[in-house]
Design a protein around this ligand. Structure first.
Ligand SMILES: Nc1ncnc2c1ncn2[C@@H]1O[C@H](COP(=O)(O)OP(=O)(O)OP(=O)(O)O)[C@@H](O)[C@H]1O
Ligand SMILES: [Mg+2]
Length: 222
């Protein structure tokens, strides 16, 4: 479970350009949720996702990750937390171009020191769910955009993080590929119990999630 308590986040604090990007956010994300952060451009979706993912810091407030306040962690501890507990999917697929699909999917597991056999087994398992098992020996540039994004999802979920944070994952995909991606992510959520939180404008995502967290102007509205 992740609990945000009175989160305040500014950009350009004490400067004429100051932006109060997150304004007293109180939010609980339960284990196994499949949720969407929604709201107009600039309302703070990415900022909120980034502070939950320990990619960015807050100005005040606490974020409890299974009871531990992650706003108190050092830079190194946050890096470890991200590696061990979180999975990220972004609009740009961010695959390593010189590694095969198989190596890309296994990348985080390798960093975390899983042994070769368990990596190979798990890579095949997630590649099967995401229907890219016949692409494992290819380099990413030989795949379509939709397939590349499914590789990015496979990489994010392979090491079984507690939470997947997905920022506009369908922004570069057509509706058919978007639908496929969301359906497969929901399947992974149901099968493996991983919490998934999207930030997105996509109505396909909106129709697929179980909970919508609405933001406006840095504030939680619903
Ligand atoms: N690194 C940054 N430096 C300065 N201002 C920032 C930074 N990141 C975001 N902002 C500002 O904070 C506010 C929230 O931005 P954010 O990117 O979280 O919005 P968003 O809801 O994700 O928008 P979009 O739907 O366009 O992706 C905006 O006013 C934005 O300009
Ligand atoms: Mg954004």
């Amino acid at each position: 479970m992740i609990q945000l308590k009175n989160i305040q986040k500014y950009f350009f604090k004490d400067d004429p350009r100051e932006i109060h990007a997150l304004q007293d956010i109180n939010l609980t994300l339960e284990d196994g949720e499949f949720s969407l952060m929604s709201g107009p451009s600039g309302c703070g979706k990415t900022t909120l996702l980034n502070v939950i993912g320990a990619l960015d810091t807050v100005d005040s407030g606490s974020i409890y990750f299974d009871g531990e306040d992650i706003t108190k962690l050092s830079e190194d501890e946050r890096t470890t937390l991200r590696l061990e507990k979180m999975g990220f999917v972004f609009q740009a697929y961010n695959l390593v171009p010189v590694l095969t699909v198989e190596e890309n999917i296994g990348f985080i597991m390798r960093l975390r020191g899983f042994d070769k056999n368990s990596i190979a087994k798990r890579v095949r398992e997630v590649a099967g769910i995401l229907e890219i098992e016949n692409k494992l020996s290819f380099l990413p540039n030989k795949l379509s955009g939709g397939q590349q994004q499914r590789v990015a999802v496979a990489r994010a979920v392979a090491s079984k993080p507690k939470i997947i944070l997905a920022d506009e994952p369908t922004a570069n995909l057509d509706s058919k590929n978007s639908y496929k991606l969301i359906t497969m992510m929901r399947e992974l959520n149901e099968k493996e119990g991983m919490t998934v939180v999207f930030a997105s404008h996509d109505s396909l995502v909106e129709e697929s999630v179980r909970r919508i967290i609405r933001l406006n102007d840095g504030k939680l509205v619903d």
